[in-house]
Design a protein around this ligand. Structure first.
Ligand code: F6R
Ligand code: MN
Length: 201
């Protein structure tokens, strides 16, 4: 069968919603606050927020039309606005299991940013992710998305089909920097500096 006919018709054309971030009728993976234990820097702010409830923080849906050399997968994400302490709502963040795999993120709605951290050196960039913009995520780079705005942040990520997700390294030592709200707007600060003087978990 030709490569074209191997793709299911429902994977050749997919509509999406900027309101719900649904991709067709596909199920959305939901990440609630309780799923993000260890992701936020301020442990007491996290526990206080969780005591109030377990809100939905973000959802993501992936479309995986085909696997193999040269094939692409993509995912639509939506992050609800809000903060835990002064740290903006965020995704878990990951490396790709296939470290060389790059990704592009296309901002569709809202205002946010991506934290990009080089695996070898820890060097970090904070890159805006807003509607009408594209962010390039190189291989070997941990990436996390944060919503710094007042409305949902919606974005599309496109990546090689063999990229995979590696959450282990982030679960173990998290990102080196955090994105927090300051009087002059969102700022990237070192996690160790952000935690200084605060009670830890
Ligand atoms: C795929 C990708 C995105 C994320 C999504 C959720 O490689 O980067 O589709 O999967 O933004 O973030 P995580 O996977 O870190 O929970
Ligand atoms: Mn990725």
């Amino acid at each position: 069968m030709s490569p074209l006919l191997q793709i299911k018709p429902e994977d050749l054309f997919v509509d999406y919603s900027l309101d719900s971030a649904a991709l067709g009728a596909r199920p959305m993976v939901k990440r609630h606050l309780a799923d993000l234990r260890g992701s936020f820097s301020d442990g007491s702010a996290y526990e206080a927020a969780l005591a109030q409830g377990n809100p939905l923080i973000y959802e993501v849906t992936a479309v995986e039309p085909a696997n193999g050399d040269g094939q692409l997968h993509y995912g639509l994400g939506i992050i609800q606005p809000g903060r835990i302490g002064d740290e903006y709502h965020l995704t878990k963040g990951h490396y790709h299991s296939h470290r060389a795999a790059a990704e592009i993120y296309i901002g569709l709605r809202g205002e946010g940013a991506m934290v990009l951290e080089d695996e070898t050196t820890g060097e970090t960039r904070l890159v805006p992710l807003v509607a009408n913009s594209v962010v390039y995520v190189p291989g070997h780079t941990a990436h996390r998305t944060v919503n710094t705005g007042a409305e949902p942040l919606v974005y599309l990520g496109v990546y090689p089909s063999n990229a995979g997700h590696d959450y282990g390294a982030i679960a173990e030592k998290n990102f080196r920097n955090v994105v927090i709200a300051t009087a002059s707007g969102p700022a990237l600060v070192e996690r160790s500096a952000h935690l200084a003087g605060r009670p830890t978990r």
